[in-house]
Ligand binder design. Sequence first.
Ligand code: ZN
Length: 558
Amino acid sequence: MSSFVIKCLDCGFTDSYFPTSASCPNCNSNWREAQYDYEDLAKTWPHQLSDRPFDLWRYRELLPVRNPNPSISLGEGGTPLIRAVNLGMMLGCPNIFIKDERQEPTSSFKDRQAAVTIAALKEAGITEMVAASTGNVAISYSAYAARAGIKLWAFVTSLVPAVKMREIALYGSQVIKITGSYDQTKMIAAEFAKQRGLYLDMGAKTITSVEAMKTMAMEISEQLTAILDPNSGGAETNPVWRTPDWYVQAISGGMGPLGVHKGFSELKTLGLVDGIPALASVQVEGCAPMVDGWKRGLETAEVVTNPRTHIETLATGDPGRAYTILRQKTMESSGVFESVTDEEAFRAMHVLAKMEGISAEPAAAVAFAGLFKLIRAGVIKPSSTVVVNCTGHTMPTEKHVLGEGWTRDVVLSSKVMEETPQEGLLAALNRVAPDRFPRIAIVDDSSDARRLIRRILQSQGNYVLFEASDGKEALDLINREIPDLVILDLMMPELDGFSVLDALKAKPETANIPIIVSTAKELTLEEKNRLEGQIKSLMQKGDFMNDDFFNEVKSSLN
Ligand SMILES: [Zn+2]
């Protein structure tokens, strides 16, 4: 049984917990948090974990539910921590891990919030509740509310994709569609709850929500310990658990990082971890009040009244005090806030799917776009251990994410098929077969480097790729295939890149093929002169994730 009190963040007043009491009885503040008997827990807690399943309720002594009711669980929490081997190689940062929150019961990390909150409501005998949502929260709450026999009024903005709205309705929740901003939707939901005296989800101010998000920190710490210290016998017996150097998450209201920070802080209080990871919170540029506030050094964020982004899930224009609190925690942890464009997020979505086999919704891809940006900027160092939260798979891939030409329509005319079935099929196949894709030769003696370039190109478009591992093989290949572009390494044993270049330029068939030279070392003046006028561009290895590389490839092919 969990023993805890609710402490006011403003006046320090402590009280027992009841879900419908939304503010401090002493000073009326809405900002309160749960506190546990850490001293007592420090003695007993890690040992209690050993015979428990790996799910959210494993950490029940640190959750504000007195007696968790197994009958309303849907198997929340306990999601995998996956090493992103290919992204790590591409970014030169080998210890990137993905906390795969898509593997929650309704495919988003909000299931943690819903599981704990609904359990607390059920325990308190509450039968009706109100939540405003940009989609995923309402789906999570709907699933758990259905299980617990609680009626949910779900206020959603009209921008929420219709498929998500229908899923909310399917669980039996009443969907109320508001044509207005998310902030307006929240205001209407609050007014509705007040008039009817119903429990209202208050986003990052909801005590159970922040507590629920903590469990990600605990899972990450246990999982990293098992991965990085494989001989330690697991976290239960290891006196010190591992923490990542960075925790990266896309944010709207900021609840995720607030909870995760509290989780690591509690582990530290319990003496289980040494430090707390730096928080990197990522927003979309079209609605980034927290990033703007952070970069301008403001304690209070300026409200964005007219969000301009396709990624509605993240369109909280008014973060309120959640920003001020998260800013404080971000400063304490030496973290950052960063923003990315919609396009950068869509591109990260492709890279993640094509390089790691993980299809995430755009809101989750925002975190990865932020990761790429922070590594490129040198904020996240190559030696850092990084955990990225990957949530949300509910939304089917939307058309604007894929762009033109993602499908090819083939209509078999019955007349042609009857008369000349063979010809009809051939004509149809001609439409299926790709137009001629650009052909690129990759020449490098390092198989890792070739693999990296191949994966980057494949993740960005359709190419026919050839590879050669030395100068002689390269010349044979290029003379035979006459590619549209050659990406050429300079330093190779025997016949080096300079010699390959000279040989290609000497033959009319190959003299005009554009060449991008990649080099690992700083070139001498003499070497630079040899390349002058002979090549399309010179790229430093390690710059491949830089947009310049892909832009060079594209412009070389035009
Ligand atoms: Zn107070």
